[in-house]
Design a protein around this ligand. Structure first.
Ligand code: KG4
Ligand code: ZN
Length: 333
């Protein structure tokens, strides 16, 4: 089954063709980083306009790279939410138009389920059940993945998402946007023990996360210094902040494995491309005999292949979304 995936929930316009929910035939991503960079964050109205400009060329390129036409496509999977409504509507409208004119089956996909499904791409050894940690700019959540599409939520952030904390600290340090990848790079030059930042734990609900206190602690520490930081100090702050986030993510993911007595962990979402997080996850997994599934960085950040992978089991079961389906901005309850 060849599925055309379409993703436009935030600041990446993406289209992909995926065979049988796993083999990527193409995965085109048009990033809008240049559009939003000077504002230090995503400007929703500019994002929607960029999606409008990019969506048709991106879909055309995805079909071309797969050496297919719409006649070879068996179904369409499109991100329905959560995300920016104006952005989501662009992908959703185009997907509906293609489904309407071709008669192809269409399914709306939850973006976070897309991130979880990225682990199935280009491999066939991922087995249920597993714990899924999704760490992105909008989400920091733990799921117990029981079977395809059955992913009960077992923990989530109470305030900032991990990626959001990276972006806000980078913005405060005037490092640029998106901040995660910049902090990742600067950290390699810094000393992670130069500052000791808190590891927010939430003992009453230890599978939940909270990053806003850590963010405030970093900002307060810098303000107290009351002067411009040297480049070396900025690297140290980046390394120490990153270490605190990574420590919490790794400890909570492994706590979930223990609590649910599961030996397989999948980690995805933009922050899963962080080098230090990947290193610490690998070390912890090796030490405890846990199977670790982390997609390559290009599949951790937003892309349409993961949306096609998430939609495929539904399309295979004959599940369809109506052309009346609406976008949603927040996780449905
Ligand atoms: O999954 P994603 O592309 O979009 C959302 O669904 O949010 O994630 C984007 C987030 C941003 O906050 C970005 O700063 C963060 O992922 N990110 C990183 C890295 N690469 C992207 N955070 C830490 N280290 C990285 N290497
Ligand atoms: Zn995402």
């Amino acid at each position: 089954m060849n599925v055309l995936g379409i993703e436009s929930s935030c600041d990446e316009t993406s289209a992909a063709v995926v065979r049988d929910g796993a083999t990527i035939l193409s995965n085109i991503v048009a990033s809008q980083n240049e559009v939003h960079e000077k504002y230090g964050g995503v400007v929703p109205e500019l994002a929607s306009r960029s999606h409008v400009e990019n969506i048709i060329p991106v879909i055309t390129a995805a079909l071309e790279e797969a050496h297919l036409t719409l006649n070879d496509i068996d179904g369409i999977a499109v991100t329905q939410g959560p995300g920016l409504i104006g952005s989501l509507l662009v992908g959703l409208s185009v997907a509906k138009a293609i489904a309407y004119t071709t008669g192809l089956p269409l399914v709306g996909v939850n973006h976070v389920e897309g991130h979880i499904s990225a682990v199935f791409l280009n491999r066939d050894d991922v087995a249920f059940p597993f714990i899924a940690l999704v760490v992105s700019g909008g989400h920091t959540s733990l799921f117990e993945a029981k079977s395809a599409g059955d992913y009960p939520l077992i923990g989530q952030t109470r305030d900032d998402a991990a990626g959001e904390a990276f972006d806000k600290i980078a913005k405060f340090l005037r490092l640029g946007y998106p901040g995660g990848i910049i902090i990742d790079r600067l950290s390699t030059l810094g000393n992670r023990d130069a500052f000791s930042f808190p590891r927010p734990w939430l003992p009453d609900t230890p599978l939940d996360f909270s990053f806003s206190g850590l963010k405030t602690a970093v900002i307060t520490t810098i303000r107290k210094m009351n002067r411009e930081l040297t480049p070396a100090e900025i690297n140290d702050v980046a390394a120490a902040f990153q270490e605190a986030v990574v420590d919490v993510l790794v400890k909570k993911a492994f706590l979930a494995l223990e609590e649910r007595n599961i030996g397989k962990l999948a980690v995805s979402g933009g922050v899963a491309s962080n080098n230090r997080l990947r290193e610490k996850l690998r070390e912890a997994a090796a030490a405890r005999g846990v199977s670790l599934y982390i997609p390559p960085p290009s599949l951790c950040t937003d892309n349409a292949a993961m949306i096609a992978a998430a939609g495929t089991p539904y399309l295979k079961k004959g599940i369809r979304s109506s052309l009346e389906m609406d976008a949603y901005s927040r996780m449905p309850r």
